[in-house]
Design a protein around this ligand. Structure first.
Ligand SMILES: CC(C)(COP(=O)(O)OP(=O)(O)OC[C@H]1O[C@@H](n2cnc3c(N)ncnc32)[C@H](O)[C@@H]1OP(=O)(O)O)[C@@H](O)C(=O)NCCC(=O)NCCS
Length: 145
């Protein structure tokens, strides 16, 4: 059985999530997680998906407030061997619920072009032109909550 959890900044589970994000998102692009980014993550919501049988972290994401209405979803990552099993879908649905509970009305994110279809299935739509950052092409995706 899987469960969605809120992760406390600075906890051992947070360190686990940082490692997972590194392995799934940064390492394949040759990027590093820089400790200088940690302090600003204190103000974000951190969310994880845990397998209750062995307490393993299967995936996670971050929500970063933009203003009073908008919150940005970032670093959505699922352990490679658990991808395509519904974990990502459950994570985003839970993030939507948490964002709504926290009073936000708009969820935004920058998706790599290879995963735009995943977010479209979750009801996000593309806004504006695609753009490039560090050699990677992204689309801005938006969902009203
Ligand atoms: C992208 C990612 C978060 C999706 O999570 P996941 O657990 O593998 O996806 P799910 O199993 O929940 O998929 C939900 C639906 O989206 C579809 N889907 C999954 N990945 C997709 C993709 N890359 N493109 C299009 N559709 C996709 C699934 O087929 C499924 O469709 P269905 O409901 O019709 O069966 C995950 O694969 C991942 O971490 N990938 C590597 C990192 C990455 O690219 N992160 C996104 C950063 S912008």
């Amino acid at each position: 059985m899987r469960k969605m959890v809120d992760i406390t900044f600075g906890s051992s589970r947070y360190d686990e999530l940082v490692e997972l994000r590194y392995k799934v998102l940064l390492e394949p692009l040759g990027l590093k997680f820089l400790d200088m980014h940690r302090p600003k993550e204190a103000g974000y919501l951190h969310i994880g998906c845990v397998e209750q049988l062995d307490d393993k972290l299967l995936g996670g994401l971050i929500l970063a407030p933009v203003d009073n209405e908008e919150i940005r979803m970032m670093q959505v990552a699922v352990e490679p061997e658990y991808q395509r099993e519904g974990v990502g879908h459950e994570l985003v649905k839970y993030a939507e619920k948490r964002a709504k509970e926290a009073g936000y009305s708009r969820l935004v994110m920058h998706a790599m072009l290879s995963v735009v279809g995943f977010y479209e299935k979750l009801g996000f739509h593309q806004e504006g032109d695609i753009f490039e950052e560090s050699g990677i092409t992204f689309a801005r995706m938006v969902k009203e909550l």
